[in-house]
Design a protein around this ligand. Structure first.
Ligand SMILES: [Zn+2]
Ligand SMILES: [Zn+2]
Length: 248
């Protein structure tokens, strides 16, 4: 595989009416280093300076029923011309949104939990009532559906999608012409890495995403392989995020 065969992160920009993209080449070496770190340390909390490994952050999790997941690296340049490498895991790692040394999500985690925890509790309680046949099951199911829809809406409203242009847009604005916001939109490595690069004023040089852990059920994801940005969740917002990045 030559460098030019690596998949590119890209997306359509409505403003410029063109495709903006970020190649992986400048991030491949760092991505391979991250793979080696994962293989050698068998944990993802090795960046904390804490020598004691927390079992929650062991890479054994990626070999479990939970299966592997995507990891990503962004190489950027700061105002002083220094190279900065950012790392991300997709979605949550073993139910954690934030792990020291890794790109944070696109929302405030405390706010997210404040909405998610009680909402999830109510949905689960309704689920138990439905299972036990307590009350009008059709009405309960409808209540649960409405509740979970409103919970998702509140959570999605917390996402702030920023661009190198300095603009910010709500997550929902990227999916107006599709059948709602796809599950996990905004939680992939590419948006997390670009979000952090923008907030740290880095000029992006390269972005690479790879899979690590047990092969997924359909066999389309294999450990150590590089993959491009996903079409349904990421590409609709990557054009906006990359717009204005100086690498173009
Ligand atoms: Zn994605
Ligand atoms: Zn643009």
């Amino acid at each position: 595989m030559t460098a030019s065969d690596f998949p590119i992160s890209s997306g359509w920009c409505r403003k410029c009416q063109t495709q903006h993209q970020l190649g992986p080449e400048a991030a491949i070496t760092s991505a391979r280093e991250l793979m080696a770190e994962l293989a050698n340390t068998q944990r993802i909390d090795y960046l904390t300076g804490n020598s004691t490994a927390d079992p929650q952050f062991s890479t054994a999790y990626l070999e479990s029923e939970a299966l592997g997941q995507m990891f990503g690296v962004l190489a950027g340049e700061d105002a002083q011309g220094r190279i900065v490498v950012l790392r991300a895991f997709s979605c949550q790692y073993n139910a954690h949104w934030q792990v020291e040394g890794w790109a944070p999500p696109l929302f405030d985690v405390a706010e997210y939990e404040r909405i998610m925890v009680p909402g999830d509790r109510r949905i689960k309680a309704l689920g138990r009532d439905i299972e036990d046949g307590r009350g009008d099951v059709i009405r309960l199911k409808q209540e649960r559906r409405l509740l979970s829809r409103s919970l998702m809406k509140q959570l999605h409203d917390l996402y702030e999608v920023v661009g190198f242009s300095g603009e910010t847009r709500p997550l929902a604005s990227f999916f107006e012409h599709t059948n709602g916001i796809p599950t996990g939109a905004g939680d992939c490595c590419a948006p997390k890495l670009l979000n952090q690069a923008i907030r740290q004023n880095l000029r992006p040089l390269g972005l690479a995403e790879f899979y690590w852990g047990r092969t997924n059920r359909s066999g389309t994801r294999q450990q150590g392989h590089f993959y491009g940005s996903c079409a349904d969740k990421c590409q609709p917002m990557l054009g906006f995020m990359l717009c204005g990045a100086a690498h173009e």
